[in-house]
Write a protein that binds this ligand. Structure first.
Ligand code: ADP
Ligand code: MG
Length: 340
């Protein structure tokens, strides 16, 4: 017999059992919570100048990584995915806690894990400040804290009609690396080498997030797939959007694949940890300068539009300049859901 939750999606589950009650509480408790469940980070009011951004992300063995995964990469990635959520809000990292369940106290594994963890912690000046350790199936949960100037955090809800939609770096490589690992596709070894780092050691776009304060109207990090994640912005901003598929930035390695694979992986492959953001068209010059200063490509892939109907619509335009039919579009709009 199926369990009752098996028919619930990840977001439906959060809404039903956590978000509704959380919002009821927040409505009755005056005070320090500026933003609760639903964005990349929660925001707490600190003083008249600062807000605290908080995010938790978990990596689970067998779900997010293979049980024999390189522990150094795991240490890196466990913090990277959290720093990526801080980046999405434009927050500067302050510190993090680490809750760790380990099947055994294996010194060699811990040595390598700690090396990867502190490599990224040092790179982003984000110190470990606490945590919890227990025996159990391998599970790594990090909570990261960051700060943003008051009223300057970039939320999913701020997109305006007429905004350009931008994406950083290139998307789809992490999904391509996963396909190679699972032997779904055969890749030359130098191609695997070129993209493996994108899956195992993603770079959180922290400097970009900070540079986008006061420039971007909305942002999120791409963890579950570009178009599916963009839909969170549309939903929370109450807007439609149009995306030009050919504009979605792809690496040279991904561009060696068939057009179908390229579109699929770039549109809905997860684990990229690039930022997708919206900004007024008069910010194009500023964004081009940010791109140059950070040496990070930023590509405009579409526009935000006023919402035509009662729910947000995402229109996909193909190579010929025509709108994709609903079946083709649906294929590209599927994003990752842990319970779907
Ligand atoms: P992200 O991919 O940016 O980490 P998620 O998609 O995991 O965000 O989560 C969406 C929102 O739901 C976030 O605001 C997150 O804090 C919240 N959330 C997820 N799981 C829970 C939970 N078990 N209880 C409360 N809030 C949750
Ligand atoms: Mg996120």
């Amino acid at each position: 017999m199926q369990s009752q939750t098996s028919s619930l999606g990840e977001f439906e589950l959060i809404q039903r059992f956590f978000k509704t009650q959380s919002e009821l509480m927040l409505a009755t408790i005056p005070g320090s919570v500026k933003l609760g469940i639903g964005d990349d980070c929660a925001l707490l009011k600190m003083d008249s100048t600062e807000e605290l951004a908080i995010t938790s992300d978990m990596l689970v063995s067998g779900r997010h990584f293979f049980p024999d995964a390189n522990p150094e990469w795991l240490g890196w990635k466990a913090l990277a995915v959290n720093l990526s959520d801080l980046a999405a809000m434009g927050a500067r990292p302050l510190g993090f806690t680490l809750a760790l369940a380990l099947p055994e106290a294996n010194s060699a594994w811990l040595e390598a894990f700690s090396k990867g963890l502190f490599a990224i912690a040092n790179q982003f000046a984000c110190p470990l400040i606490g945590g919890d350790t227990t025996a159990g199936p391998l599970n790594i949960c990090i909570t990261a804290f960051g700060s943003t100037p008051k009223d300057n955090a970039i939320c999913r809800s701020g997109a305006l009609a007429g905004d350009d939609i931008w994406v950083s770096g290139a998307v789809g490589d992490a999904r391509l690396a996963l396909a190679a690992l699972r032997h779904e596709l055969e890749l030359e070894s130098r191609d695997i080498e070129a993209i493996a780092v994108r899956m195992h050691q993603p770079t959180p776009r922290v400097q970009l997030g900070i540079a986008l304060r006061g420039v971007a109207n909305a942002a999120l990090d791409i963890s579950d797939g570009l178009l599916g994640d963009l839909r969170h912005i549309l939903k929370q901003s109450g807007k439609d959007a149009e995306i030009l598929l050919d504009r979605i930035p792809k690496s040279i390695t991904l561009r060696k694949q068939s057009q179908t694979i390229q579109n699929q992986y770039a549109a809905n492959g997860g684990d990229d940890y690039e930022l997708c953001f919206t900004a007024a068209s008069n910010a194009r010059d500023v964004i081009t300068k940010i791109s140059r200063d950070l040496n990070l490509p930023l590509t405009q892939i579409g526009i935000i539009k006023a919402m035509k109907h009662s729910t947000p619509e995402l229109e996909l335009i193909g190579s010929s300049g025509t709108k994709l039919n609903p079946e083709e579009a649906n294929q590209l709009l599927k994003s990752f859901d842990h319970f779907a």
